[in-house]
Design a protein around this ligand. Structure first.
Ligand code: THU
Length: 160
């Protein structure tokens, strides 16, 4: 038996003002999108913003449904829209923020597993890493330089 260690690398920023200028703008767009979330059941609003190689910013937010599994997370709303409307563009970075109407979220909220898997698909498709920045409503921001740091041992087309 051999033991294997997997390392992941994350950067932590203390506040939005510490982020590079273009990412501050991206996070602001995610915050704006978050407020338009349709989250009448969870009262947990998530916003995501993607920046493409063209400079275009695409946003998304969570869309819930009375039949719960029919809803979709903010990250996938944004990335599927990017894939649908800009199929040949490269996604450089993604900013994600969450706010609950029930309590103040002061720590970074990582994306769910299904969203990580969806992001991985696009990173592999474009053969270039997507930097992912995520935060709560306030507080620290975590940066992963690639989805591989959030989803080690991911499933991809090479296994098919
Ligand atoms: N949600 C997201 O939008 N992104 C995630 O990565 C985690 C969860 C949404 C789904 C649902 O509308 C609400 O947050 C509570 O789970």
């Amino acid at each position: 038996m051999k033991k294997q260690k997997i390392e992941i690398h994350l950067d932590v920023f203390d506040s939005v003002s510490e982020l590079p200028q273009d990412i501050q703008k991206l996070m602001n767009k995610a915050q704006e999108a978050r407020e338009d979330a349709y989250a009448p059941y969870s009262h947990f609003r998530v916003g995501a913003a993607l920046i493409l190689n063209t400079g275009e910013i695409i946003t998304g937010n969570n869309q819930e449904n009375a039949a719960f599994p029919s809803g979709l997370c903010a990250e996938r709303v944004a990335i599927f829209y990017a894939g649908a409307t800009n199929p040949n563009a490269t996604i450089h970075a993604m900013a994600i923020t969450a706010r609950s109407l029930k309590q103040k979220i002061t720590s970074p909220i990582p994306s769910c597993g299904a969203c990580r898997q969806a992001i991985a698909e696009y990173e592999i498709k474009q053969d270039a890493p997507i930097a992912i920045y995520f935060m709560g409503e306030t507080g620290k921001i975590v940066k992963a330089s690639s989805i591989a740091d959030l989803l080690p041992l991911l499933f991809d087309k090479n296994y098919l």
